[in-house]
Design a protein around this ligand. Sequence first.
Ligand SMILES: Nc1ncnc2c1ncn2[C@@H]1O[C@H](COP(=O)(O)OP(=O)(O)OP(=O)(O)O)[C@@H](O)[C@H]1O
Ligand SMILES: [Mg+2]
Length: 404
Amino acid sequence: MRVLLFTGKGGVGKTTTSAATAAFAAARGHKTLVLSTDPAHSLADAFGTTLGNEPTEIDDGLYGQQVDAQHAFEASWRSVQDYLRDVLEQGGIDPLEAEELTVLPGAEEVLALLELRAQVAGGRWDVVVVDCAPTGETLRLLALPEALRWWMRRVYPADRRVMRTVRPVLSHLAGLPFPPDSVFAAAQRLTDDLSEVRELLTDPASTSVRLVLTPESMVVAEARRTLTSLSLFGYRVDGVVANRVFPGGDSDAWRQGWVQSQRAHLAEVRASFAGVPVWEASYAAAEPIGLTALAEFATSTYGGIDGAAAGEADPLAVSATVDPLSVERVSADEFVMSISLPHADRDHVELVRKADDLVVTVGHYRRVLALPSVLRRCVVDGAALRDGALRVRFSADPAVWSRS
Ligand SMILES: Nc1ncnc2c1ncn2[C@@H]1O[C@H](COP(=O)(O)OP(=O)(O)OP(=O)(O)O)[C@@H](O)[C@H]1O
Ligand SMILES: [Mg+2]
């Protein structure tokens, strides 16, 4: 079982690459599903066919599915949303505005990932390819389960009986309705479901993320930032597809200019993503639409039908990459936690220990890491950002350690 996620800046070719990769996998005899959460129905357009909300057969062993995210969203979020709206309205917010405020931008996308989990759990597929939303959004959303769980831990005490007694008091004090049981249940279910999705998406044995980019300065810059934040959240980037590469050859000055500029950016991409394969997809003479064109796109990008060219990485395998997060015992009472943060700028990294959590902030992204139990009994001695990794040193807290 293999899950390949494709993300990248808007318009770089995520849908095309996802569709082509799925066709490539199916042609090798893997029962393959390509799933899109994009409400724009681009995946169906790429195949030049129509796709439903259930897996739809496109070719032998190749299925496509366009998840109706709105539907999933309504079902899971409705009661939480109703509650939030009540709270806002009682707080004096205009009902229309309250309705607006309770719509989580992009939440549909993350709930669509629940469908991915269901498909994987069904055991029907060898390979599942996911055409994800553009960079920033997917990132933020993929971190949602962790953030939700953190929030639940604080808002809701572990013992629900306590809740029942304190609710009326709290409601009275705050002058706001305290969340009813139905909201608690819905939020709890959502958190559990999403945690499972996150587990699947960070499973090193099955899942990895591929970045799609075009060899242009702004796109490459964003891809580098995406690598940093994906690593921060524990996702494994194990390949890059550089799309729309102009073929060289005799040509006019305009084309030569582009070829040279792309060559420079491709060199930068290879340096920035050292250690993972970088596949180049050429700028086709026409849009790669339909199975034949997509299969051609895949073959020229990944290598011939007899597998990738000799010495090249297998495009479907998880390629060896650095562990996004590891804990190493360096002496009897000292540990080092390493968080892979390639390309992170020292000035933009912040680290705060809050009780049993470690809060790591990189630019606009923040991850709250629940510390493993052994580290909870330690104090942070220091941290350093070196060679693309944040290394946090912990040593046993004598006060706590001696008690155990
Ligand atoms: N290598 C290529 N050669 C020619 N046309 C391409 C190539 N790759 C993609 N295209 C075309 O570029 C357009 C955008 O591609 P695609 O829809 O795959 O991008 P995307 O990253 O999924 O976009 P979005 O961010 O809107 O989802 C499509 O019309 C597609 O057919
Ligand atoms: Mg797309």
